[in-house]
Design a protein around this ligand. Sequence first.
Ligand SMILES: Cc1ncc(C[n+]2csc(CCOP(=O)(O)OP(=O)(O)O)c2C)c(N)n1
Ligand SMILES: [Mg+2]
Length: 325
Amino acid sequence: MPDSSKLLDMYRQMLTIRFFEEKVFELYGQNLVPGTIHLYAGEEAVAVGVCANLRKDDYITSTHRGHGHCIAKGARLDKTMAEILGRKTGYCKGKGGSMHIADFSIGMLGATAVVGAGIPIATGAGLSIKLRGTDQIAVCFFGDGASNQGTFHEGINLAAVWHLPVVFVCENNLYAMGTRQTRVMLIDNIADRAVGYGIPGVVVDGNDVWAVFEAARVAVERARRGEGPTLLECKTYRLKGHSRFDPAAYRPKDEVSEWLKKDAIARFQARLLEMDIISEVEILRIVERVRENVEEATKFALESPFPEPAEALEDVYAAEEGTAK
Ligand SMILES: Cc1ncc(C[n+]2csc(CCOP(=O)(O)OP(=O)(O)O)c2C)c(N)n1
Ligand SMILES: [Mg+2]
């Protein structure tokens, strides 16, 4: 069982992601976010439960819905918000935006707008770990929709055959844009596909952070021991539509209300209270502090300059050795 301070950290991180996403949505409504946004609210237990098992030098690859992965892996809120708002102080100097945040210093290899593209990148990271002989691991987050891409088959099969230290985490939120899983797959559990690659496939309640933590722990330990990859499917649900102001009218009302009852933060909070790990007063204090952190990050981002147009082509190609940038 994770100790109390670890559990409280996980609670704080889930709240941070939720409040951060609420703020991004608000800023988007004020026309302050260039491009589009895909919010992670509702799915916090997956990123937090998985990343709570990782070291700073472990790697993750992320998706278009990546803010939660960044925060859970230890990204700074101010630089993340600045990137989303297209500011020069952001992780990618404001030129990547919401879907292209990377920070190699914390092992965050990057979000990507190309669905399924993180899968072979995580396999590549796993191969690099194996060739260097370290005990790091790589975790790949991707959606149910991404599991129908060719990259899923190629990336996982190769990682399995080479026993690479990778954990493939499928965030099954039942929809790929407006397309329901049942319209494009005849299986209930995406984890069943693991059989085709000869690796363990595990299904977990993705709205139960404790369950995700435990399932990920087993997969992470297996990968670190050099025994190869696991496919971990986390059943979850996004609170908002796919992106921007998508009202998600394609989701039946009773389905939405059922999932709202399973909200990961409310459930975890109730459990921590029940176990006497936290008190109502401490909750109020944490909530207030987390809100302040998000406000500070937003202020930093809003006060930061935009990149200069002349800088647009900088950082596009790696500099050759021995030459200036
Ligand atoms: C290769 C590719 N095909 C299509 C798209 C358009 N697209 C963006 S997000 C998305 C749905 C992805 O669904 P899923 O993998 O379940 O992730 P979720 O959005 O549910 O987190 C699609 C089809 C894309 N960005 N890249
Ligand atoms: Mg999905």
